[in-house]
Write a protein that binds this ligand. Structure first.
Ligand code: UD1
Ligand code: CA
Length: 488
């Protein structure tokens, strides 16, 4: 056997996941922004496998569609194939499905893993592969881990030469066998011709009446084909997701690992356990992250920024150097150029691009908008579907009314460089405020404003003299004519 021999990845994902009590198939449950199965497959991608075959069963169509869509979107290079296992008669039966696409004597190796183990790093698979390839006689290598609490796992038993001679499932193990703490991770690498022949001999004479893949080990051992054990150091890596509790544990582990990486890279994080960080997140050195943040997706934060407290960034979010993003919610495609201050309580979403040295302040929402340099919307603004130039000032409470509810359409406005919009103005889109124009406070703007012009679109103030004297002797009455009751 040579290292150059090709390897096929086989991901077992046909099981039901009853304990999650969910309509969603188990392997599509979200782990920090990506489905479990995507996380599993992404760890396999760097291994340069010939192809990755996913065995699907429960809600096969949903799993297949979700994965195929994802693979297409991000452009996975390794070919992806799905095999239907119907009904699901056990892990051995799941691997037998490969017979539908491989000849029995096809000279490939098969790396078998589980679709519900999203925490295994690529490096673990690499140690399994190199151990297997360095051992010329080995026909199968099993990754084993020592569990503090081995309940539920298959126990691995070794002979005097440290080969695995059998694996006994928890439900089939006697009291003595249950003492063994070395367990089967369910991850294997083996020679397909040997594996496929051995699978033919599998029976289902066990507690669960299933075709156990684990029984292959004893069958091979008896046939004089050594089965290697590759000991993995960390049981955390092979946490399987079978329950909501395990899903939350996996989330914490992945987030903590990411926080540790970020801190090593020079990021300060106050109370890292109070925030969640997806592994995709990148943050520059000397940035400070306050408690209560959620950073999920391809989030990129520059150097010397201050993020949080209580800030969510979800999606393709790019924050350049020296920004402050305080108690804000950023989602789906947001870019903030350097030295800009966002928040507190700002909402940036759906293609919002903010220029450098801007101020996007309290209760300001920005979507489908491009904002130039040094522009301010410091209080209570809505900037939707609008192009804003440099040095623009949006007064408090100014709104771009982008939605026409009668025609059910959204239209776009333009606010050119140097424009000043007075407080509480409404710009009825589509409208253009040309360079250096101004809008008086409280205006409702329906027509374009020319360069350098001032638009006032509101009633003139009228003042009624002696008003208090006139109003004083009038008793407040309700519509029915009875005096109004004091509020209770
Ligand atoms: C399996 C191993 C056990 C090991 C444990 C590690 C067997 C018999 N036992 O047990 O030794 O310690 O994993 O987590 O292999 N699946 C299918 N089709 C099926 C059955 C299962 O695709 O017909 C998939 C599941 O979706 C899952 C994986 O195979 O991803 C493991 O199946 P599961 O039922 O969880 O096996 P365990 O009982 O945990
Ligand atoms: Ca399991």
């Amino acid at each position: 056997m040579t290292a150059s021999r090709q390897t096929i990845g086989l991901v077992l994902a046909a099981g039901k996941g009853t304990r999650l009590k969910s309509d969603l198939p188990k392997v599509l449950h979200n782990l920090l922004g990506k489905p479990l199965l995507v996380r599993v497959i992404e760890a396999l991608l760097p291994l340069q496998l010939k192809e990755i075959v996913v065995v699907v069963g429960h809600q096969a169509e949903a799993v297949e569609t979700a994965l195929a869509d994802y693979a297409r979107q991000v452009g996975w290079k390794t070919p992806l194939r799905f095999l239907l296992q119907q009904p699901q008669l056990g892990t051995g039966h799941a691997v037998m499905q490969l017979n539908n696409v491989l000849a029995k004597d096809e000279a490939v190796d098969v790396l078998i893993t589980c679709g519900d183990m999203p925490l295994i790093p690529t490096q673990r698979y690499e140690t399994l592969m190199s151990a297997y390839h360095n051992h010329t006689e080995s026909m199968l290598a099993v990754a084993t881990v020592q569990y503090a609490d081995p309940t539920g796992y298959g126990r691995v038993f070794f002979d005097d030469h440290d080969y695995v001679h059998r694996i006994v499932e928890h439900k089939d193990a006697n009291a003595v066998e249950q003492q063994q703490t070395w367990c089967n991770t369910g991850i294997y690498l083996g020679s397909w011709p040997t594996l496929s022949k051995t699978l033919e001999q599998l029976g289902d004479d066990n507690a669960q009446r299933e075709y156990y893949l684990t029984d292959v080990v004893a069958l091979m051992y008896k046939a004089g084909k050594p089965v290697q054990a590759v000991r993995w150091p960390d049981e955390e890596d092979v946490l399987g997701i079978n329950s909501r509790l395990q899903l939350s544990q996996a989330t914490s582990i992945l987030s903590r690992r990411t926080a540790e990486r970020l801190m090593e890279e020079g990021v300060s994080i106050n109370q890292p356990d109070s925030s969640t960080f997806a592994p995709e997140v990148q943050v520059g050195p000397d940035t400070l992250i306050h408690p209560g943040c959620v950073l999920e997706g391809p989030v990129v934060v520059g150097q010397q920024c201050e993020i949080g407290p209580s800030t969510t960034m979800r999606g393709a979010i790019t924050i350049h150097d020296h920004c402050r993003i305080v108690t804000a919610h950023l989602e789906k495609q947001v870019e903030v150029a350097s030295h800009t201050y966002v928040g507190p309580y700002a909402h940036l979403r759906d293609n919002a691009s903010i220029g450098p040295t801007c101020r996007i302040g309290n209760f300001v929402e920005v979507k489908e908008a491009v904002i130039g340099a040094r522009s301010n919307a410091a209080h209570l603004c809505y900037l939707g579907d609008v192009d804003v130039g440099d040095d623009v000032n949006m007064g408090a409470g100014s709104i771009v009314a982008n939605y026409d509810p009668v025609r059910d359409i959204k239209t776009r406005s333009t606010i050119e460089t140097g424009v000043k919009v007075g407080c509480n103005s409404v710009l009825i889109s589509p409208v253009t405020l040309h360079q250096d124009s101004s809008v008086a406070a409280g205006s409702v703007i329906t027509d374009d404003v020319g360069s350098g012009e001032l638009a006032i679109a509101r009633c003139r103030q009228s003042t009624i003299e002696g008003w208090v004297g006139k109003a004083k002797n009038t008793t407040k009455t309700t519509a029915s004519g009875k005096p109004k009751q004091p509020a209770s």
